[in-house]
Write a protein that binds this ligand. Structure first.
Ligand SMILES: Nc1ncnc2c1ncn2[C@@H]1O[C@H](COP(=O)(O)OP(=O)(O)OP(=O)(O)O)[C@@H](O)[C@H]1O
Ligand SMILES: [Mg+2]
Length: 246
């Protein structure tokens, strides 16, 4: 599904207490593309993702998904947060199953789908485990599985790998790419890590703060799998970093 963001603005509060967080955001994302959003803390990245997810409808301008105006959350869009937000009282299996609770499936169909996702994110054997017994990376994988299970056309990720060590992080970046290539959903990832954005994305959007706006859009014309040490990769990373600190 395509995403079209037109003149989007967002202000929290009213009167002298008001804070304009997003101003005139324009972004068109073709179906199946992987988009990265980077920018200083507080520049409105999470706010923008929440608007696309339909979790907050109080904004100006318009957001269209496949030409239709966003009017609330929908199963065609799934969101992964920085903290995994798994329910501690449910097993990995049941947490992932939450994503399809309302679908008219038989118990067998439901289980089959849950197991396919557990397999996809590499959590085989952990289905009966509770979140407290998982490592951070495993919990994030479970959260990604929960987001993917309803087969969303748009996957929204807010720093999904932010809390992980660099090794787990680069491993899960490979996994994310594999899943995205497999499903061909449209993906938007917010990240603090410019290298992660260049590694994963077709286009990197650089946001500037106060008020949050788009400073630059940089296409990444590098074939995947990408070599992080290739000169063109390093050069792109450098030019994005320069735009970020300007
Ligand atoms: N519910 C809210 N009420 C008032 N202000 C808010 C609310 N949510 C966010 N803000 C403000 O909006 C601004 C942008 O917040 P947002 O969480 O979108 O930033 P961000 O770019 O995701 O930052 P970070 O990189 O630290 O996650 C901040 O100044 C924040 O204080
Ligand atoms: Mg944020």
């Amino acid at each position: 599904m395509s995403v079209d963001i037109l003149h989007v603005g967002k202000t929290f509060g009213a009167g002298t207490q008001s804070l304009t967080v997003l101003e005139d955001i324009n972004l068109s994302i073709p179906k199946g593309k992987f988009i990265g959003v980077v920018g200083a803390s507080g520049c409105g990245k999470s706010t923008l993702l929440r608007l696309i997810a339909g979790l907050d409808r109080d904004f100006t301008g318009s957001i269209h998904i496949n030409g239709r105006s966003v009017d609330g959350p929908c199963r065609d869009r799934a969101i992964v947060f920085q903290d995994h937000r798994l329910y501690p009282w449910l097993t990995v299996h049941d947490n992932i199953g939450l994503g399809i609770e309302e679908l008219p499936l038989t118990a067998a169909q439901r289980n089959q789908r849950i197991h396919a996702l557990i397999e996809l994110v590499g959590l085989r054997g952990f289905d009966k485990i509770y979140p407290a017994q998982l490592s951070g990376g495993m919990a994030q994988r479970a959260a990604i599985a929960r987001a993917l299970i309803a087969e969303p056309d748009i996957l929204l990720m807010d720093e999904p790998l932010g809390a992980l060590d660099s090794l787990t992080r680069s491993y899960l970046q490979d996994e994310l790419l594999r899943i995205w290539e497999d499903r061909r959903s449209t993906a938007i990832i917010v990240t603090h890590d410019v290298e992660e954005a260049v590694f994963l994305c077709d286009t990197v959007v650089v946001m500037a703060p106060r008020p949050g706006r788009i400073e630059a859009r940089i296409d990444v014309p590098v074939a995947r799998p990408r070599d992080r040490s290739a000169p063109e990769f390093v050069q792109l990373k450098k030019s994005i970093l320069q735009k970020l600190i300007r």
